[in-house]
Design a protein around this ligand. Structure first.
Ligand code: C2E
Ligand code: CA
Ligand code: CA
Ligand code: CA
Length: 279
């Protein structure tokens, strides 16, 4: 197999070879990072757009690299997803987030909801409900304080299997959100039958609000869609108050973005996230 590998390499350009080697090195380093405790979880506040209250927080992974400093997920999640290491990362983040939520609750901190990202790979593997149940039991967190974010493409690629998997998760009592909504290919028929609680409008559609006519049309129709299906709707990537104003006027329930707060270490979340003025 070693010789085969070399033979294949010979077909690639120098650039691709370097790239492949870098990828292998990155995976090895990431595996070590997971074992040696170099991964961190940051939390980004999510606010009710009407009351201004913080209602939940999303857990986002970071890599505290000994030489490179804080590395953002876009640099390692795609490779981890390709290689399968993402499953272990997601479960690690999930456990940290459940532990953190538990200690927030014990300290009397509200809100009482933490959202965790589940990769397509982990979701597609099946048996996630058992792993989640195990982590909840181990951390002593009540399921109602946990929300799982599953991307639209993970849900819609194999809708029948996804529906069963979502239902098993929901039976545990956790909440479910469809992440990056608008970037996949949902049919309304399928969406209607999915046992989920929330739609997260991808930040790509929030960026152009309120000036870009197409973003306005898309954001409005996702909000209307969510309301008519009885789902909560959240817009991510809100950076400007004009965007928040537009979304609030159009009855979007929740907002997340730099305007409200950046992802930050758990200790800093409550210090920074003051209640915003209600409108
Ligand atoms: P996502 O799930 O869509 O998370 C939102 C991303 O938008 C985060 O990037 C967040 O920092 C960023 N963001 C929030 N507000 C704003 C804003 O106002 N402006 C801009 N420009 N960006 C904003 P981050 O933390 O770099 O994560 C990127 C992606 O990596 C996430 O996108 C998610 O797909 C993935 N990811 C992060 N943590 C995990 C994890 O634990 N497991 C898995 N499977 N994926 C993760
Ligand atoms: Ca997310
Ligand atoms: Ca998202
Ligand atoms: Ca996104």
């Amino acid at each position: 197999a070693k010789n085969d590998g070399r033979a294949t390499y010979a077909f690639y350009s120098q650039e691709l070879t370097t790239c492949a080697r870098q990828r292998v090195e990155l995976i090895a380093a990431l595996r070590q990072a997971l074992e040696h405790g170099e991964l961190r979880v940051h939390y980004q506040p999510i606010h009710d757009l009407r009351s201004g209250q913080m209602v939940s927080a999303e857990a986002l992974v970071r890599w505290q690299h000994p030489e490179r400093g804080l590395v953002l997920p876009d640099e390692f999640i795609p490779v981890a997803e390709e290689n399968g290491l993402i499953g272990a990362i997601d479960l690690w983040v999930l456990e940290q987030a459940c532990r953190q939520m538990r200690s927030w609750l014990e300290a009397g901190q509200t809100p009482g909801l933490v959202a965790v990202n589940i990769s397509t790979r982990l979701f597609g593997r099946g048996g996630l409900d058992l792993q989640v149940a195990d982590i909840l039991a181990r951390t002593g967190l009540d399921a109602r304080h946990l929300e799982l974010e599953i991307t639209e493409s993970a849900v819609m690629d194999d809708p029948d299997s996804a529906r069963r998997q979502l239902q098993r998760l929901r039976d545990l009592g956790v909440r479910l959100a469809i992440d990056d909504f608008g970037t996949g290919h949902s049919s309304l028929q399928r969406l209607k039958s999915m046992p989920v609680d929330k739609l997260k409008i991808d930040r790509g559609f929030v960026a152009g609000l309120p000036a870009d006519g197409k973003d306005v049309a898309i954001a409005r129709s996702v909000i209307v869609l969510a309301h008519s299906l009885g789902l909560t709707v959240l817009a991510e990537g809100i950076e400007q108050s004009e965007q928040a104003d537009f979304l609030r006027r159009n009855h979007c329930h929740l907002g997340q973005g730099y305007l409200f707060g950046r992802p930050q270490p758990a200790e800093e979340l409550f210090r920074a996230a003051a209640v915003l003025p209600a409108k």
